[in-house]
Design a protein around this ligand. Sequence first.
Ligand SMILES: [Zn+2]
Ligand SMILES: [Zn+2]
Length: 293
Amino acid sequence: MNNYFEIIKNAYFGYANYLWSEISNPSWHNYFYWLIGVSLFFFVLEAVRPWNKSQKLFRKDFWLDVFYMFFNFFLFSLIIYNAASDVVVNFFYDLLASIGINNLVAFEVMSWPTWAHLLVGFLVRDFVQWNTHRLLHTVPALWEFHKVHHSVEEMGFAAHLRYHWMETIVYRSIEYIPLALIGIGLRDFFIIHIFTLAVGHFNHSNIKVGLGPLKYIFNNPQMHIWHHAMEIPKDRPYGVNYGITLSLWDYLFKTDYIPYEGKGIRLGFKGIKTFPKSFVSQILYGFGKKNQN
Ligand SMILES: [Zn+2]
Ligand SMILES: [Zn+2]
């Protein structure tokens, strides 16, 4: 018993120390400062060249979303910290060994050049996330959690990180094994994550950048706004444009949908009027819900 108490106590002290060193040491390897820098970048772009000029810079729920950004950052760090901790890693490997799997790395990509394993890691992760995002829409119990993200009524970069904390658990758990299978380490994960953070902020921001043919590869605000649209096509009741960083998967699997320029379309979902508005009621939302819209 004492032992477990020690482990838990050390884990929390370890996390607190880790977080404090992240925050007190600005550097290129520091997710906290990347989050602030990338956010400021898109904030300035929204201020200087907004796509929808009738929307205020400090739009509806701007501060709620900023709060979510930091809340989800701390939660994300906790999960990553624990996933990288010896306790979890050893437990995971013991578990696999107990069913006879001794070497999880199926394809050793770490011996490839850096750019190649970053690219493979990114593609695998984005495809896994695209599928996970579809699950959030098609599995009724998961959709209840995902509604928090879809309760955004005016788009802006900070809306990217408005999501229920259960999403962090779902995404990280599902992507853990595929990334371990190809031997992606924490450093690669970090670089990939910063890149996807920037594209995720871009997708939600109130700006327009002409991507040309690259729009068939990268997600963008003009595509992602239709993912948040109140009206979804009748023949695709679960939604459209599930892309996270890449729009490519939507074009490949025919889940793409941009009927016209979506500037100023109504966002949300049926029943948004009665959806909880405060942070606390939203993070407690979704447990034990019956299937409803
Ligand atoms: Zn969604
Ligand atoms: Zn979104």
